[in-house]
Write a protein that binds this ligand. Structure first.
Ligand SMILES: C[S@@+](CC[C@H](N)C(=O)[O-])C[C@H]1O[C@@H](n2cnc3c(N)ncnc32)[C@H](O)[C@@H]1O
Length: 427
């Protein structure tokens, strides 16, 4: 590693940006793109330090508060984030010697204009380095660094054993799964191509259209990705288009489609026939879908800007399949979105439930009699899943054909919910 101080300085910049409200995955991607000159090992160190410090924040703060006279909340943002990332290294990055962690933190404090607090940073970190093995926390919220209200909701909805497995799953390292674009390549060809690009490739049990990849630097550096030979998608998300099971010639409408993973999957399953209209709320989101369509070179799909809460009379009774993969609290994918848990609130969850009801109340009208409505979310919150479906079925002319509930850490892949419903022939 050429310059760890620089790498740590970048991690500190990232943490400050996120504290000011930036989305962590956007900020991290932006930084890795700006600093492409970093070598693979430095990028891995930086990614781990940024993501790890964020995802363990509540635990790190509890450790700092145990050893520091000034509580985290009262510290200057630069100092508290510097301490958090240093404690993360002390606790979770065994390859970094404790003395290096303390020395680099002191140097960084000075470099950032906090020379007067060098003694404080050094004192707190050296006490933590000496005492870290002796402190532990019983509280699930601190142990798994997850806000108390989420812990309470999961224990109430799933019981303590499952809730603990769901909490622990946030920290399990998983390979990236990809869906093969079978209109452009085969599994064997793609496997060989990825291996020639230095990627480690594994089969995914029971999923012929998927592979698990690891050991690559970043996706856009792979020509196989730029050529649209695959799409990054979790195995749970792949179940959505598989549940929809489109027949050749079907007309499909995805009402909340960006960045387009499930729409593209539907279009691929149609083998060049039929149509998928992939909609989202803003021009920016529609551009994301369009980029993915361009990369995949599929011709039976188009991206359109439309607000799903507004009825489009021209589509009433026209769709064989309507996909409603709706905005949700995302609590099934905390493994991938490491700071979402701090941003979500019970009030926002309630607003999302209301939005889901509003959208479903409009979009069911696009389904032909006998056609399918697929409702899905990437959360485990029952009010957004089974309870929304119960409400929908009581008030709309549909039958439930299939319900899939996947819990992180309990089932093998991301937490996800899918309800496959069929419109009755007569309302
Ligand atoms: C769960 S994501 C969809 C993921 C997508 N189906 C995929 O597989 O790539 C939900 C999407 O709903 C969009 N959205 C939110 N409110 C909307 C609205 N009123 N109308 C249309 N789209 C909306 C968001 O912009 C977001 O892209």
């Amino acid at each position: 590693m050429t310059d760890q101080v620089n790498t740590r300085g970048l991690a500190l910049e990232f943490l400050l940006e996120v504290e000011k409200g930036a989305l962590s995955h956007v900020a991290l991607r932006g930084m890795l793109e700006r600093y492409q000159y970093l070598d693979k090992q430095e990028r891995a160190f930086l990614t781990r330090l940024c993501e790890g410090t964020l995802e363990r924040r509540l635990e790190l703060d509890a450790i700092i508060n145990h050893f520091s006279k000034v509580p985290v909340k009262k510290q200057k943002p630069v100092i508290r984030n510097l301490l958090r990332m240093s404690v993360y290294q002390l606790k979770y990055m065994d390859q970094v010697p404790d003395s290096a962690v303390c020395n680099e933190a002191v140097r960084l404090a000075q470099k950032k204009g906090f020379g007067t607090l060098k003694g404080f940073v050094n004192g707190v970190l050296r006490s933590i380095a000496r005492g870290i093995e002796e402190i532990s926390f019983d509280d699930l919220s601190i142990c798994y660094s997850t806000p108390q209200w989420i812990v309470d909701q999961w224990v109430e909805e799933y019981g303590k054993d499952k809730a603990v497995r769901m909490l622990a799953d946030q920290y399990v390292e998983k390979p990236v799964t990809i869906r093969i674009n079978e209109t452009k390549t085969t599994k064997q060809q793609l496997k060989a191509r990825l291996e020639s690009e230095g990627v480690t490739v594994q089969e995914v049990d029971g999923m012929d259209c998927a592979l698990a990849i690891s050991g690559f630097d970043y996706l856009r550096a792979l020509s196989s990705f730029r050529e649209g030979l695959f799409h990054v998608q979790d195995v749970s998300s792949m179940q959505v288009a598989l549940t929809a099971a489109p027949k050749e010639g079907d007309i499909c409408l995805d009402v909340c489609a960006a960045p387009g993973g499930k729409s593209l999957h539907l279009a691929e399953l149609l083998h060049g026939t039929g149509l998928v209209e992939a909609r989202d709320l803003t021009d920016y989101k529609v551009e994301l879908i369009q980029d993915n369509i361009d990369r995949s070179e599929l011709t039976n799909i188009r991206a359109v800007c439309h607000d799903a809460t507004v009825l489009d009379e021209s589509w009433i009774g026209k769709a064989d399949i309507v996909l409603a993969d709706l905005p949700c609290s995302g609590l099934g994918v905390l493994n991938k979105k490491n700071d979402l848990k701090y941003r979500m609130t019970p009030e926002q969850q309630q607003e999302l439930v209301e939005l889901q009801h509003r959208i479903l109340d409009i979009v069911w009208q696009y389904v032909k009699p006998g056609g399918k409505l697929i409702y899905s979310t990437c959360t485990v919150h029952k009010a957004e899943n089974v309870e929304t479906v119960d409400w929908f079925l009581k008030t709309h002319p549909f039958l439930l054909k299939k319900e899939i509930i996947m819990l992180p850490g309990v089932d093998k892949y991301d937490g996800f919910f899918i309800a496959g419903m069929e419109r009755k022939e007569h309302d």
